[in-house]
Design a protein around this ligand. Structure first.
Ligand code: SF4
Length: 189
């Protein structure tokens, strides 16, 4: 249990709990407001993220920033963005079960410090890890599910939207639902 982000970040940056530590350029800890009410979680860093040390940069990141902007959210202001695994899986493959298991505690500690009211899972890997192992993004995207004190919602991964333009309208609707939920919960942005 960590008291603050400085200690958590320091220990996380030294992590060698799984083999992804051997191939990373940079560990990608997370970015955003450490007291945000909304936390976004993806699966893991890709090539650009590994090079820059920040989650969701490059084309997919730009698309995410656009969706955030539409509903008055901003990674530099009122959300936090992190991943299930902090180091890039080679060739952008899905993080293995063992890698996710080794890494998930860092996200748990981040979540304890941030204390978000809403967690948005970006893509299947994050939704299956945080919401339900059988979560199907195409069927269950946009639905809010309460677990403990936190509302969870799963939606499309921005990289998947770049490959499948047809899902962009559904993703936008999910973000608009999120905006409604933020209003309903009277969350100050
Ligand atoms: S992916 Fe996670 S568990 Fe593996 S080395 Fe990186 S920080 Fe540690």
């Amino acid at each position: 249990m960590y008291e603050n982000f400085t200690e958590l970040r320091k220990d996380c940056f030294a992590c060698q709990k799984c083999p992804l530590s051997e191939t990373r350029t940079n560990l990608v800890f997370g970015v955003g407001n450490e007291t945000a009410d909304i936390l976004f979680v993806g699966e893991g860093p890709g090539e650009n993220e590994d090079l820059q040390g920040e989650p969701f940069v490059g084309k997919a990141g730009k698309l995410l920033d656009k969706y955030l902007e539409v509903i008055d959210l901003d990674r530099n202001k009122n959300v936090y963005i992190a991943n299930i695994v902090k180091c890039r899986p080679p060739q952008n493959r899905d993080p293995l079960e063992d890698e996710q298991e080794a890494c998930i505690n860092w996200l748990r500690e981040q979540t304890k410090l941030i204390k978000p009211k809403i967690i948005v899972c970006l893509g299947r890997i994050a939704a299956q890890r945080l919401i339900s192992p059988d979560f199907k993004v195409t069927r269950q995207h946009g639905q809010f599910i309460k677990k403990g004190n936190i509302l969870f919602m799963g939606t499309f991964h921005p990289a998947a939207l770049l490959r499948n333009e047809a899902q962009k309208a559904d993703a936008l609707a999910d973000f608009q639902n999120l905006r409604e939920k933020i209003k309903e919960l009277e969350i100050k942005l």
